[in-house]
Design a protein around this ligand. Structure first.
Ligand code: ADP
Length: 715
């Protein structure tokens, strides 16, 4: 980076302007007021067109501009005055807003000529140019402290101001497309943009640039380089009037070099701008030194803050540009994504406005079987089954989101069921349109129908099987009853011979039939005990069968409970005493009962005989609790007890718990099962058990004191 260089305006100005006065090929005689340098035809033309319309560049001082009174001033204005004088033409001046306006009005033939213009290809399409009478180089101006010695190539990718409609703008656009051009309507605005950091540089004519820089006081600017482009200014006039161009060219040629130089130095002479009055050399030196110091301090301070501001603004601008670029890219990519989704969707998607199809995706064309152009701009109702059109029209009219099924007609005329979802969306331009998704549900419908058929069939099968099962169940119940009835009816036939065996074996063992040997006694004892076991087993089975077949006779009768319990204790006493077990009985006396006494006795005997069987030492306890309307009888022992797992299996048929007493203790495993059946089904009570392994058991039953029995029991 080269060191910052303040703009040395007077010498630089002189250097850069380097005004070239083109050698006049015409006569040096400028007193020829009678226009003898023109042909007769040209003079005649002037008589026919005495007044011509000109629109000077409004802000191009010192070349041309309007002063505070709205008068056309500058180099061009002076040249026009001479032309008027030399030719007799009169120029009617029109003040327009900008050079761009001048161009527009000229093209509309409302302006006839320009006092200064650079020749460009575009302009040559509608204007004719005289040879140039002034030339100014174009300068590159940027901020002090930034690079200098620049060429236009160094401005690539930088933000550079150029003036709308100016030849330089056209030149930069064509020859340096990589420069990021920012257009402004005039030079003043452009210079300010560079000064405030809103642009990196400006390419501008040195003459008006220096004029404005001094006038506005933009002291942070510098001339950073000269462009290859230069303004060669000529007078331009309407292309359809070539004779006018000839008149102007001849008139310009007729102006002497001295006169031309006088005009130019009048407007851009350095002497006139000099502020130094040659009064006191030392005073001036002192003043200049003081002013220079103060100015330098101010400029330094101002430059410093300006540079900071410029840097900040540049960063902000770059950030903003970057953000905009990113946002644009994000928008573009999201639009692309959306389009891809739209096209790639397996579901049909389309947009419509009051039925008119606006856009569709490929899946929609597949569903309908039409090409996209056969669907677009058509009314969607054309493709809906006639009987559903009314319905769809009503749904569209509501504008509400909707999900429904309908039938559409394919291109081959085949109706197909479709599932539809539709809702209203708002476009960027705030128009309301409907977006619709639809999917072909033919296969789904077929599967649904097949499923329904299968369900119907299944129902039928279930009904049939249920009826078959019911019949089988009835048959089984019948068979079960038959079995129970058979066993019950066999009671007599089975028990009579067994009773004989038990009875006669007992007589023989008692010696009533004479002496028997020891061996005979042993064998007969076994016969006797086996026959008794069989008799007890048959008795239990018959009892259970009778109960299950509903053939039990119930005989309620009045009795006193303690009497019945004493009877049971007496019956079991020999066995208990044989095992040396104590008895603890606690029965409230006089509890009046009305129930089936024999069945209750049967249960108590079972509880007591089990307690004795499964207790090796200790005692048996029996007690009764007189409860309200019920009586509870409890048989407790200090026997082997039952573990938790085995407890759950008690009261089941043929369930004998595996203990060390099982083999030596006779039993059928039916006693508790029968006991529960009697208590629950005949005596209308309940049974319960509590036990602790190796620590004794407690069996209880609870029955109503008074049995209300509906007679007769079914037979
Ligand atoms: P069993 O004729 O075998 O005694 P039960 O139905 O009367 O048939 O009893 C079933 C099983 O319950 C018996 O085999 C025995 O294992 C167990 N049991 C019954 N009462 C008691 C008790 N008081 N103490 C321990 N175990 C008992």
């Amino acid at each position: 980076m080269k060191p910052a260089r303040a703009l040395q305006w007077p010498p630089l100005f002189l250097f850069l302007l380097s005004i070239t006065l083109y050698a006049s090929s015409g006569r040096s005689d400028d007193n020829a007021e009678n226009a003898t340098f023109l042909t007769a035809e040209e003079r005649a033309w002037i008589l026919e067109h005495p007044i011509l319309r000109i629109a000077p560049a409004p802000n191009f001082p010192p070349i041309e501009f309007f002063d505070k009174q709205g008068q056309h001033q500058g180099i061009t204005a002076d040249f026009f005055k001479i032309i008027e004088k030399k030719t007799g033409l009169q120029f009617k001046v029109e003040q327009l807003e900008s050079w761009a306006h001048v161009l527009v009005k000229t093209k509309q033939k409302e302006i006839d000529l320009w006092g200064e213009a650079a020749r460009t290809e575009k302009r040559e399409q509608y204007m004719l140019f005289t040879s140039p009478y002034l030339s100014f180089p174009a300068a590159i101006i940027n901020r002090q402290g930034e690079s200098n010695h620049l060429t236009l190539d160094d401005l690539t990718n930088l933000y550079v101001v150029s003036i709308d409609g100016y030849a330089s703008h056209e030149y930069l656009k064509t020859n340096h497309p990589d420069i990021k051009l920012i257009t402004t309507p005039n030079i003043k605005a452009g210079l300010k943009m560079v000064s405030f950091g809103l642009a990196d540089a400006i390419v501008v004519n040195t003459a008006p640039a220096s004029y404005y820089i001094q006038k506005i006081g933009l002291s942070n600017l510098q001339i950073a380089g000269q462009s290859t482009f230069s303004w060669s200014l000529a007078i331009a006039s309407r292309k359809d009037w070539p004779i006018l161009n000839s008149i102007l060219q001849k008139t310009l040629d007729s102006i002497s070099d001295t006169k031309k130089e006088k005009i130019i130095t009048k407007w851009i002479s350095l002497d006139k701008q000099a502020f130094v009055e040659k009064r006191s050399f030392w005073l001036i030196i002192a003043l200049i030194t003081a002013i220079a110091i103060v100015c330098m301090a101010i400029v330094l301070l101002w430059n410093f803050s300006l540079r900071k501001m410029v840097h900040k603004k540049t960063l902000e601008l770059h950030g903003e540009l970057e953000r905009r670029r990113e946002a644009e890219e994000a928008l573009k990519s999201s639009e692309e994504r959306l389009n891809n989704f739209f096209d790639a969707s397996f579901e049909g998607l389309f947009l419509h406005d009051k039925g008119k199809i606006l856009d569709i995706n490929p899946a929609t064309t597949e569903i309908f079987g039409y090409k996209a152009e056969e669907l677009l701009n058509h009314n969607l109702l054309e493709f809906v089954s006639p009987d559903r059109r009314q319905n769809i029209t009503e749904l569209m009219a509501t504008g509400e989101p909707g999900t429904y099924e309908t039938t559409v007609i394919k291109s081959d005329g085949k109706p197909i069921p479709v599932a539809v979802r539709a809702r209203t969306i708002e476009t960027e331009t705030k128009e309301k349109i409907r977006i619709v998704s639809l999917s072909d549900i033919s296969k789904h419908k077929q599967a649904e129908a097949a499923l329904k058929k299968a369900y119907d069939n299944l129902d039928h099968i279930v009904i049939m099987r249920t009826s078959e099962l019911e019949k089988a169940n009835e048959r089984l119940t019948e068979l079960d009853q038959l079995k129970s009835m058979f066993i019950a009816s066999m009671s007599h036939e089975l028990r009579t011979p067994l009773n004989s065996i038990v009875g006669f074996t007992g007589i023989i063992l008692d010696g009533m039939s004479g002496d028997i040997s020891k061996q005979q006694r042993d064998q007969l004892t076994r016969v006797y005990s086996s026959a008794k076991h069989l008799l007890s087993l048959i008795t239990d089975i018959i009892d259970i069968s009778k109960i299950e077949a509903g053939h039990t006779d119930v005989y309620p009768e009045s009795f006193i409970l303690d009497e019945l319990i004493n009877e049971a204790l007496q019956t079991t006493q020999p066995h208990r005493e044989k095992k040396g077990l104590a008895l603890d009985s606690n029965i409230p006396s006089g509890i009046q009962m009305y129930t089936d006494k024999k069945r209750l006795l049967q249960c108590l005997l079972n509880y007591l005989s089990n307690a004795i069987k499964y207790t090796e030492y200790g005692k048996i306890e029996i007690k009764a609790n007189d409860l309200d309307g019920h009586v509870e009888i409890i048989v407790k022992d200090s026997g082997i007890g039952i573990d938790d797992e085995a407890l759950t299996r008690l009261f089941q048929p043929f369930e004998r718990i595996d203990t060390h007493l099982r083999i030596k203790t006779p039993g059928t495993g039916l006693g508790l099962y029968l006991c529960k059946k009697i208590t629950v089904e005949i005596l209308k009570g309940s049974v319960a058990v509590e036990s602790e392994f190796k620590n004794g058991s407690t069996f209880s039953l609870k029955i109503p004191k008074k049995l209300t029995h509906k007679k007769p029991w079914p037979h």
